[in-house]
Structure formats: structure tokens, C-alpha cells
Design a protein around this ligand. Structure first.
Ligand SMILES: NC(=O)c1ccc[n+]([C@@H]2O[C@H](COP(=O)([O-])OP(=O)(O)OC[C@H]3O[C@@H](n4cnc5c(N)ncnc54)[C@H](OP(=O)(O)O)[C@@H]3O)[C@@H](O)[C@H]2O)c1
Length: 342
């Protein structure tokens, strides 16, 4: 017998990708429910070759549902995840609402799948921020080999990471540059995003960092190792899908670029594309729609002892959100950790 799965936020960027991934991976679902806000009731979304009609979250009965794959933002998750979890349905949440709660495991299956057992306290598992997910997939095998001391990362984050309205804004502003009378003032972003870069993702904090930068620090510590020091600069760029990261890592033990390449070639979820020639590296456009996290430009950083520099790219809607959530559900099933809903 298969599982009953509810996708909450089914009309959004992440929710639609969740439905694609459930179908692509032939997730053992008997029934899949598409759920969004009241205004989307009846809106149709694709699940494989089927069309599902969206239901209203407020009216949906979660009894008998095994998984709620949630991507409807923090406020919705804060209110609904505990209620859904209390009905025996495991919530796998994409928002930042539960990530730092000590009673909620924060999981990237390639990195810390064992920690998922902690989900029983609240019946909630958290999915990390998109920039963190792709980073830790790459850092984990290198950390196992040479122990990471410090990471410096600059992100180049696509607009899809800010939701469907943000994608529309990039599209409209780009058109507006060429079509007279179609100028489009910034709404979702604080400055124009078309043909521009904005060094500001999420809100500012007291110390001058943004919350997106803070999330990368806190989540890397929780998922991988609390002793790792990390500093980040998060930048929004005019790319539709795919986050890129320029990363410098300082290790305790020596590690060469060739050793890192070999380790990453065998690491789960990683794909190395690293030829020292024009085009011998990955760009976000090529990573969009793919499951892997790609690593290019791996080289030794001689400015520190035991340093490496690299370029990491992944589809933020897949590994950064929807794929990781479905992988978590698969871990719960494969490890027989789920009590089947009545
Ligand atoms: N995009 C990424 O790369 C990424 C990565 C990691 C995590 N996340 C997180 O995932 C979540 C969703 O992101 P997204 O990019 O998919 O956003 P999005 O495209 O703006 O979609 C938001 C979804 O939430 C639904 N929703 C909003 N309010 C609701 C309510 N009161 N009740 C039920 N459903 C409601 C929307 O339904 P309606 O259409 O009916 O309003 C829509 O389906 C956010 O928490 C985000 O931080 C995103």
C-alpha cells in the first residue's frame, strides 16, 4: 500500500517542483493532494500526466495523510505545521520557521540523514535554506577528509528563490527595458533586478549581515558541524533558476585540488565539471532542472594554509527545496520510521 501525500503551496515555485519530483521519482504515493490558499481553490496543477485541482488549506482534513510537504512560507507553517503534525501526518517544511528549533531535525539526506529520527518530537522535519543545502552537500565529503576550519562564501542567487512574483518582476523589468511604456518599478526587490545585482537577500540584522547570511552560518553548524566558522555575502542576480556560490575553504589538514576533485567525483549528490578551458565549468542555466550539485573551478588557495577555492551551482528549486524534501520523505520510508497514518 502506498502513501497519502499533501503538497501545501502547490501553486508556488517550490510546490510545483515538488509535484514534478514526486512523479519523476515514482514516489510510492496512492494519493497526492494539491493544497494552496483559498484564492487558488479549483486551480489545476500538474502531477505527472495528471491534473490536480487545488484545495483550500483551511478546509482540508489531514487525518489519514502520511506526509505534508509544506512550502507556503513561515507564517503559514508556524500556524499549520503543529496542527497537521498533531494529526499524525509528518510535515516536511521548506520555510525557515522550524529550522533552528532543537526539537526539529534539519536534514540534507546526503549529509545528516541519521538525525532525522528526532522528527517524532513534533512530527516536523525542516528543510534548509536553498543556499545552505547545495553548500553542505559539497562540504561534507571534504570535511570528512580534511576537517574544515573556515568557509568564506559569496552567493549569486536566482530570483526564483524569492517566489513566483519575483520571477515575474525580473521578466517584466527585462521587457520594460526594451518596450517603451512598459517600465516596471521594483516591488518585490528593493532595487531593479534586471541587468543588475543586489547585495541584499532577506532582512538586515543588527550586526549588518542579512538574515540570509546568518541562515547559512546557523544551518551549516546545525547540519554539518558547530565548530565550522563561516562568513557569507548573499547577492541576488538576474537569473531565473539556479543558485551559484564562490567558496573558499580552509582545512585543518592538507588537501590538494586533485584530491578534492576525486573525493567529490564519488560523493553522493555531487557532479564535478572542471576542465581548465573556456566552457569547462557549469553555469546556473545548465544546472536548472537537474538534481545534482555541480562543482567547478576547484583550485588551491595559496593565501591560507590548506586552502581550496571552488564554484558550486545547483537548481535552488530542486536540491535547494523540493528534491531535498522528497528525499527526506524517502529516508523516513526506507528506514521504516514512519507510523502509517490510519
Ligand atoms: N524558492 C526557493 O528556492 C526556496 C528554497 C527553499 C525554501 N523556500 C521556501 O519555500 C516556501 C515557498 O517558496 P516559493 O518560492 O514556492 O513561494 P511562492 O512561489 O510565492 O509560492 C507560495 C505558495 O504558498 C501558498 N500560500 C501562501 N499563503 C497561503 C495560505 N495562507 N494558505 C495556503 N497556502 C498559501 C501559495 O498559494 P496561493 O497561490 O494560493 O497564494 C503558493 O502556492 C517559502 O517559505 C520559501 O522561503 C523556497
Amino acid at each position: 500500500m502506498g502513501y497519502k501525500v499533501a503538497v501545501i503551496g502547490a501553486t508556488g515555485n517550490v510546490g510545483r517542483e515538488m509535484l514534478n519530483i514526486l512523479a519523476e521519482r515514482e514516489f510510492p504515493a496512492d494519493e497526492v493532494f494539491a493544497i494552496a490558499s483559498r484564492k487558488s481553490m479549483g486551480v489545476e496543477v500538474s502531477y505527472g500526466d495528471k491534473r490536480l485541482k487545488c484545495r483550500d488549506l483551511e478546509q482540508f482534513d489531514f487525518r489519514g495523510v502520511d506526509f505534508a510537504l509544506m512550502s507556503a512560507g513561515s507564517a503559514v507553517s508556524k500556524e499549520w505545521s503543529p496542527k497537521i503534525g498533531a494529526q499524525g501526518c509528518v510535515v516536511i517544511d521548506n520555510s525557515s520557521c522550524w529550522r533552528y528549533d532543537p526539537d526539529v531535525p534539519l536534514i540534507v539526506p546526503e549529509v545528516n540523514a541519521d538525525a532525522v529520527v528526532g522528527f517524532t518530537k513534533k512530527n516536523i522535519v525542516a528543510n534548509p535554506n536553498c543556499s545552505t543545502a547545495q553548500l553542505v552537500v559539497v562540504l561534507k565529503p571534504l570535511h570528512d577528509q580534511a576537517k574544515i576550519k573556515r568557509v568564506v562564501v559569496a552567493t549569486y542567487q536566482s530570483v526564483s528563490g524569492a517566489g513566483k512574483e519575483a520571477m515575474d518582476e525580473l521578466w517584466s523589468q527585462t521587457k520594460g527595458k526594451y518596450v517603451p511604456g512598459q517600465e516596471y518599478a521594483p516591488k518585490k526587490f528593493p532595487k531593479e533586478i534586471a541587468f543588475n545585482c543586489i547585495p541584499h537577500v532577506d532582512v538586515f540584522m543588527e550586526d549588518g549581515y542579512t538574515r540570509e547570511e546568518w541562515k547559512m552560518v546557523a544551518e551549516t553548524k546545525k547540519i554539518l558541524d558547530p565548530r565550522i566558522k563561516l562568513t557569507a555575502t548573499c547577492v541576488r542576480v538576474p537569473v531565473f533558476v539556479g543558485h551559484s556560490e564562490a567558496v573558499n575553504v580552509e582545512f585543518e589538514k592538507p588537501i590538494t585540488a586533485e584530491e578534492a576533485r576525486q573525493i567529490l567525483r564519488e560523493a553522493p549528490g555531487c557532479l564535478v565539471i572542471d576542465k581548465h578551458e573556456p566552457g569547462g565549468y557549469i553555469t546556473p542555466m545548465e544546472a536548472a532542472g537537474e538534481d545534482a550539485t555541480y562543482i567547478s573551478r576547484i583550485r588551491e588557495d595559496g593565501t591560507v594554509e590548506n586552502g581550496l577555492a571552488m564554484w558550486i551551482v545547483s537548481d535552488n528549486l530542486r536540491k535547494g527545496a523540493a528534491l531535498n524534501a522528497v528525499q527526506i520523505a524517502e529516508v523516513l520510508i526506507n528506514r521504516k520510521l514512519l507510523r502509517k497514518a490510519a
